[in-house]
Design a protein around this ligand. Sequence first.
Ligand SMILES: NC(=O)c1ccc[n+]([C@@H]2O[C@H](COP(=O)([O-])OP(=O)(O)OC[C@H]3O[C@@H](n4cnc5c(N)ncnc54)[C@H](O)[C@@H]3O)[C@@H](O)[C@H]2O)c1
Length: 257
Amino acid sequence: MVEAVQGAGVVVTGAGGGIGAALARRFAAEGARVVINDLDGVKAAAVADEIGGIAVPGDASAIVADARDALGGSVDVYCANAGVAFGGEEPGQPLDEKSWALSWDVNVMAHVRAANALLPDWLERGSGRFVSTVSAAGLLTMIGAAPYAVTKHGAYAFAEYLSLTYRHRGVKVHAICPQGVRTDMLDATGAAGDLVLKPTAIAPQDVADALFKGMEEDRFLILPHPEVAGYYEARAATPDRWLAGMNHLQQKWEEVR
Ligand SMILES: NC(=O)c1ccc[n+]([C@@H]2O[C@H](COP(=O)([O-])OP(=O)(O)OC[C@H]3O[C@@H](n4cnc5c(N)ncnc54)[C@H](O)[C@@H]3O)[C@@H](O)[C@H]2O)c1
């Protein structure tokens, strides 16, 4: 039980389905008042109806003011969850600029813009909680998906920056870094996802459970797949060995796709 969640005003972006909907359901079950944001207004409204929340459709980059109004004046917890993934890149082909731009915008800049809008109030009050749905790709990279892997590293670094800058001023930050989670996004990852992510994929509610456990324990890094801790250590300790292992996966993917 996380005491601070009962009655709190919570925003979850990209909550029309997948991990965001699971986070919204769990916060609502714990007694929070929840704003459900999604670009897809129909999906956002369906989740809001289901859990007694409030739908605020639109681009996650610019919803803090509307969400604050919907919650009666303040946001206590902000889950920057909306994300986009492009994958299946052909080795040797130039990477598409549009995919890069949208990935930066949604996976990184939406978090920056939300933090800019939230921090003045949080610093004045001396409290606030920023939850970033990153990905294990933000710690470990992902084959065939450069814009995703690079921007998720950016999202992770931004969450670290927020935590180290504001933790003594009452702002708590959590970075959730799962591997495969059974959602529409995973279904769209093709052969690379089949190889790397699907064998150990978990359910969206497992991610919500991991977040709540991490909040109880006051941890920054939330690893719904605990084995990611060992991979992250190996990457830091022996980068060439780790890269050789990842290249082995790349070659396997090139054989099967
Ligand atoms: N599924 C996985 O395997 C996996 C693993 C690690 C991390 N993640 C991350 O989890 C988050 C949620 O992904 P998911 O798997 O639930 O995906 P999903 O595709 O099921 O849901 C993402 C939702 O975000 C919405 N969205 C996209 N752009 C938006 C924007 N600009 N503003 C508002 N909403 C927007 C979509 O409409 C969609 O409903 C993402 O950040 C993703 O990168 C997913």
